[in-house]
Design a protein around this ligand. Structure first.
Ligand SMILES: Cc1cc2nc3c(=O)[nH]c(=O)nc-3n(C[C@H](O)[C@H](O)[C@H](O)COP(=O)(O)OP(=O)(O)OC[C@H]3O[C@@H](n4cnc5c(N)ncnc54)[C@H](O)[C@@H]3O)c2cc1C
Length: 395
């Protein structure tokens, strides 16, 4: 064995997994090309922030992160049955903020710097071939070959590790594309994220430090492409119109992304000594800030399971150890994917009862205090999955 565990993929989930697994004392290998430049931002929920604090990474993120103290949901559809506007305040559940929004490039830079500080061995090139055997995993890469007890597939939605493990994905594509960009604005955001629900999907403004915010605008694919092709002034004016001038004059920054939306879930999260984390295991549409937060819980969970296995002198890649990973992640991933899917489809459908149910649910959550607080708590610290890192304890 050249290492005990290899992490394949250097996106945010792979880097967090590598840092957390290194804390178990396992000999690590990171097989990860430099992540591509990413203008997107991530709303990290409170438990994800706790995990990053515990790993010693959050301090470097603080100057780049904006607190999300309030969340406003506005039904901006023109439908007959519309939900009333709802405003949720983190102070109601004794939190300073629901979470923090940070540009992915700053998050990844902080994680990369921490990986370097820990001195984790890294092959800065993609894995070429991955093969799971009864007693180990072989990884061929640009610089040779490695053999490990356990491989962590953090290699994104088109995962080579997943294919090597023979794991299929269940996929549903949506007739929607997300346009993403960041922008400056004339009035302060007051640490409030605003999600407008429209007939084509959410239009979400999320605070960044200063008078800046990020946008995720979900549209029909053709309209998203048309929007993305607008010049800066026309696009700024269109966003301001859609935001009802809530935060004043908009000035878009360079860097626009288009992301076709789908929900995807792996049939099983681990097989043949290969465990999948992040988008290799599940993809959810960018609604309600779930995707990366789920991925960080994957990383924290596999690290915890490996730590326990090592304490008991067990093989961390053994099938019964990996069965625990499957068991601990399935409920969390399934429940979040279903919730996001239902909300998204209730916006897209013309089926009036679906609008009524969405409107009534939001109304009840808004009006009934204990329900309102329970939903907020579940949003930031899901009961189905609180690995030790998310509770502020080292793996
Ligand atoms: C528009 C949009 C907005 C979003 N907003 C949020 C949000 O606010 N909150 C949230 O929680 N989530 C959000 N998400 C989801 C979030 O972006 C993803 O969950 C997250 O980026 C997935 O990270 P990852 O590390 O799993 O995958 P990736 O970031 O895709 O990283 C995979 C890495 O693997 C590498 N790789 C690929 N093949 C190989 C190989 N063979 N060998 C080695 N490495 C390989 C790639 O180079 C890449 O660096 C959003 C998603 C979208 C589309």
């Amino acid at each position: 064995m050249t290492a005990d565990i290899a992490v394949l993929g250097g996106g945010p989930v792979g880097l967090v997994a590598a840092i957390a697994l290194a804390a178990t004392g396992a000999r690590m290998l990171l097989v990860a090309p430099q992540a591509e430049a990413d203008h997107r931002t991530t709303a990290l929920l409170a438990s994800s922030v706790t995990a990053l604090e515990t790993l010693g990474v959050w301090q470097a993120c603080v100057p780049h992160a904006a607190p999300l103290r309030k969340l406003r949901i506005v039904d901006d559809t023109q439908r007959l049955l519309r939900a009333p506007e709802a405003l949720f305040d983190a102070a109601e559940i004794d939190l300073e903020a629901f979470g923090y929004n940070i540009e992915n490039r700053h998050l990844v830079a902080a994680l990369e710097a921490h990986v370097r500080t820990l001195g984790l061995p890294r092959i800065a090139a993609p894995a070429l071939v991955v093969t799971g055997h009864a007693d180990g995993v072989t990884i061929k890469h640009a610089e040779g070959e490695a053999r490990v007890q356990l491989a962590i597939g953090a290699d994104g939605a088109r995962s080579l590790c997943r294919a090597a493990a023979g794991i299929a994905m269940h996929r549903r594509a949506y007739p929607q594309t997300a346009l993403t960009l960041n922008f400056g604005h004339g009035r302060p955001h007051h640490d409030t994220a605003t999600e407008f629900h429209t007939e084509s999907g959410p239009f979400t403004l999320v605070p960044l430090p200063g008078q800046r915010s990020s946008l995720v605008c979900v549209l029909e694919p053709k309209r998203a492409a048309d929007f993305a092709a607008l010049d800066d002034d026309s696009l700024s004016a269109e966003i301001e119109r859609r935001a009802h001038s809530l935060i004043g004059k908009i000035t878009v920054e360079p860097g626009r992304g288009l992301f076709p939306l789908a929900v995807e879930t792996a049939n099983v999260f681990a097989r043949r000594r290969i465990a999948l984390v992040g988008e290799a295991a599940h993809v959810v549409p960018p609604i309600g800030a779930q995707g990366l937060n789920l991925g960080l819980r994957d990383a924290a969970t596999i690290a915890e399971i490996v730590a326990d296995a090592r304490r008991d002198f067990l093989d961390p890649g053994a099938s019964d150890v990996l069965a625990r990973y499957e068991m601990q992640r399935r409920m969390d991933v399934t429940s979040r994917s279903i919730a996001v899917d239902l909300l998204n489809r209730s916006l897209l459908t013309d089926f009036v009862p679906a609008h009524a149910i969405r409107g009534l649910s939001l109304y009840l959550v808004d009006q009934i205090g204990p329900l309102r607080r329970a939903v907020m708590r579940e949003g930031v610290r899901p009961a189905a999955s609180q690995p030790r890192l998310m509770r502020g304890e080292m793996v």
